[in-house]
Design a protein around this ligand. Sequence first.
Ligand code: FEO
Ligand code: CA
Ligand code: CA
Ligand code: CA
Length: 578
Amino acid sequence: SQAVSQATTLMSFPAVPTSTADTVVLPEGYEYDVLVSWGDPILKGASKFDVENSAEDQLGQYGDNTDGMSLFHLTDKDGGVDEDRAILAANSEYINKKFMHTHGGENLTADDVRKEIAAHGVNVFEVKRNWFNKWKVVKNSDLNRRLHGNADEFVLTGPVAGHPLVQTDMDRTGTKVIGTLNNCGNGQTPWGTYLTCEENFNGYFGAPAGTAFSDEQKAYGLSETGFDYNWWPTEERFNLAKHPNEANRFGWIVEIDPYNPSSKAMKRTAMGRFKHENAALTLSKDGHAVAYMGDDERGEFIYKFISRDTYREGDRAHNMTLLENGTLYAAKFNDNGSGEWVELTYGKNGLTQANGFDSQEYILVYARLAARFVGATTMDRPEWVACHPSSPMVFCTLTNNKYRGVRDNQPLNAANPREENPFGHIIRWVPENRDHKASRFGWDLFAMAGNPETQSGAMAGSDNVSADNMFNSPDGLMFDNDGRLWIQTDGNYSNEGIFAGQGNNQMLVADPVSGHIRRFMVGPNGCEITGITFSNDQRTVFVGIQHPSNAWPNAEKDGVPRSSVIAIRREDGGIVGA
Ligand code: FEO
Ligand code: CA
Ligand code: CA
Ligand code: CA
């Protein structure tokens, strides 16, 4: 593993060693500030953070468990990019129940439940940079908003809108949804909108003991207890026995216009319903919007969406309709390094009534069943997908999969070659004719994570993994404009056994061409690193620190662990990562 030289022209920062310290570790010459933490006020008149805050307080504050995010610069007075003013749109994926209430999360009151729901969703707020390259939240900006789990600002669009599968007692139109939940990764469109991706929505639903579940419900993990949030006894819409279709209104990609605070958020049903990690947006040669998407569960699939209509430069109103209609595909990775996108359209590839697929609406609501039926390749938990900014390379993290090669429905294959895959890997593909519209592609494995110190053979990892850069469970993934691939981890941080020497969760930078990988940052204890976006001039990288286990970042001030976004910059003001 040491044979590969670590020389690369893309990055010159000194690699940071592994760490188990309860702090953020950066390369020499870098520094950071905490931009915003769970509970910080972001709306006008919002209360200061206190664990005793009510649901009402939380509605005006930054949500919990920061995750995917995108920065949208504002326009300066000459109509150009204002380098120092922007809107940050950031996800709050889920909550840390035991830190959210003074009572530690047992015996929730109705207000406690509403506070938990309010701590979910999306945070949109203005940020401003001062003359020494330091960003601050603009607390009273008219642009700031919280699109939380109880907000009535969501509209179902596209083929499934209005269908009986998404009609409920509260919404006979099947179009008006309350809330967005489990907002994991994100996407940023070429027309300047934000995509927030609904992942483990099933966990919030529950039902009285003895409730029967359909095969479709089971395929999405719906159950009596969910993830023990226990919202359904006080918030009736989460009771599956009474409102089974409510769950069909979650698990979508949601498009938000960050520049218009009174706009509705659009749930894009043409892109399929599954446990969405993120959405990597690009354009085909002839201008169709293409989105690559992962479904994060053991043995689920990678998807591609191609818009029906094409992008029109400068016509934002038109471009904002592109994700409403299009075609969905699931990926087949053949063992010989070729691959194909199999169309999930009613009447094609056996997706017919005779095989249990009644309509295109059914196929979109239960995309997992359709992808499985057409023989898409089961993957080791697809997390983020990232498209290279100037070449048609696409990368996807496959975080880990303890069932690979163990359960009959997830046999080993060339794209997921390691039994029980405890470290995860990163796969890469290039479309045929270098065009994202192509139905065929070639693929290879960019990195097999592993531990060359304690393991040998396949468990040691690929040649570009060494004792100096090793990691496990790659998750967040994003390219900057220069083509550096930023890799974030959400893995085992015990620093023991097969993970000895890997320390806390971390962020690395890779050269996608040479394959070199270098560690850039290590997070505080217990956290995962997730969510990343850059200022236009690349002199700041914003990074999410999710679920720290100790009272980071303000031990003296509040004594509570608080998920936060940090802003990292170089002391000399240079491009981060270079
Ligand atoms: Fe929310 Fe799959 O990470
Ligand atoms: Ca993730
Ligand atoms: Ca993860
Ligand atoms: Ca997470």
